[in-house]
Design a protein around this ligand. Structure first.
Ligand code: PLP
Length: 375
């Protein structure tokens, strides 16, 4: 049987073998990092060494890293743990930011999915209550990279704090928290080869965090609960490899750009979302005109190729992507979008398999459309 092709790295990346090995070894060690005996001390050492390595990914210090159960918790902690009276978010944030605060103010994006900095400035200027701004580093659906440093400058000008959801950007592009100028930054291990269920909120020294989870003094009182030692160790192992392979990751742009050129040849009327903005090198969000995202995802799956829909399915109802609609896409066009995302183990032949399956499906849909109009 031919190998199944996985092109859904933005949903989750395959776990790096070195992370699996490190986690297996950690699981074989008994010990609660809070225990004072030798077993506890060994577990504590593993956690603290991992903390250093995760901090290094974003140019932070170990003490600034709060381990969480993933990106969703990190985002919730950032938005609810800083006690700000106003929360301002971009229209293309992930749901874990978008839905974390009770009544966020939403800043629009342009047709490429880039936040309107003028609108952010006006929002900051019109209300003097203490605000928290949240702008993601890179969008999960389109790969579009946001002007976070510029947003941070504006936020600080108006005395606001700024949080960056770097879950899709970190491990895929160089990230330096100080250079970005952000006060809080979220990470998730499983987006770049670590295990699911572990992430971190990196917190600048001047920011006080009220824990969401209470009942223990772990993580310097910012997140109670016995640490996920194996997850943390796997997170660090994946972080080391992602850092080492950052240049190689940039090389995925060649594969992605080749894929997009071919889509445009096969279907000149295809839309590639965010193509005119800076983007992650691994992500393509494009349409197959006239064919719904779900049909494409299912047909490609039958052909052995895993991609994801540009639409979210909630309570059995498929809704078109909020992100694509915020970019001005018509409902119908947004409903034709799929996301292809590459990663550390992607190869030329994976893209070739995708293109073969995609063109077959598109040709079939064209000939059905021709039959219908001839009838
Ligand atoms: N933020 C972004 C941009 C994401 O893409 C995701 C995952 O899809 C998350 C946050 C949530 O991360 P996690 O799956 O670790 O909870």
């Amino acid at each position: 049987m031919t190998r199944a092709v996985y092109l859904d790295y933005n949903a989750t990346a395959p776990v790096r073998p070195a992370a699996i090995k490190a986690m297996t070894e950690a699981l074989e060690q008994c010990g609660n990092p809070s225990s004072v005996h030798r077993f506890g001390r060994l577990a504590r050492r593993a956690v603290e060494e991992a903390r250093e390595r995760v901090a290094a990914l974003v140019g932070a210090r170990a003490a600034q890293v709060v381990f969480t159960s993933g990106g969703t918790e990190a985002n919730n902690l950032a938005l609810n743990g800083t006690g700000r009276e106003r929360v301002i978010v971009s229209a293309v944030e992930h749901d874990s930011v978008f839905s974390a605060a009770a009544d966020p103010e939403i800043i629009p994006v342009d047709g490429n999915g880039v936040i309107e900095l003028g609108a952010l400035e006006r929002a900051l200027a019109r209300d003097s209550r203490r605000a928290l701004v949240s702008v993601m580093l890179a969008n999960n659906e389109t790969g579009v990279i946001e002007p976070v440093a510029a947003a941070a400058e504006l936020a600080h000008e108006f005395g606001a704090l700024i949080h960056c959801d770097a879950v899709q950007g970190a491990g895929k592009m160089p990230v330096n928290m100080e250079r970005l100028g952000v006060d809080l930054l979220s990470l998730s291990a499983h987006k770049y080869g670590g295990p699911k269920g572990i992430g971190a909120l990196v917190v600048a020294d001047h920011v006080a965090i009220n824990p969401l989870l209470r009942g223990g003094g772990q993580e310097r009182g910012r997140r109670a609960g016995t640490e996920n030692v194996a997850g943390i160790v796997g997170f660090a192992a994946a972080t080391d490899l992602a850092t080492r392979d950052l240049d190689r990751f940039q090389g995925l742009a060649r594969l992605r750009d080749g894929l997009e050129s071919r889509l445009q040849e096969l279907a000149p009327e295809t839309t590639i979302f965010g193509a005119a903005a800076p983007r992650l090198p691994n992500t393509c969000c494009g349409t197959m005109p006239g064919v719904s995202s779900e049909t494409q995802v299912m047909a490609l799956d039958l052909a052995g190729v895993a991609v994801s829909a540009g639409a979210a399915c909630s309570s059995g109802k498929v809704e078109t992507s909020r992100v694509l609609r915020a970019m001005g896409a018509e409902e119908e066009v947004a409903g034709w979008a799929i996301r292809v995302s590459l990663g550390w183990d992607s190869r030329d032949e994976d893209v070739a398999r995708f293109l073969a399956a995609w063109s077959e499906l598109y040709a079939a849909s064209r000939s059905r459309a021709a039959d219908v109009s001839a009838a």
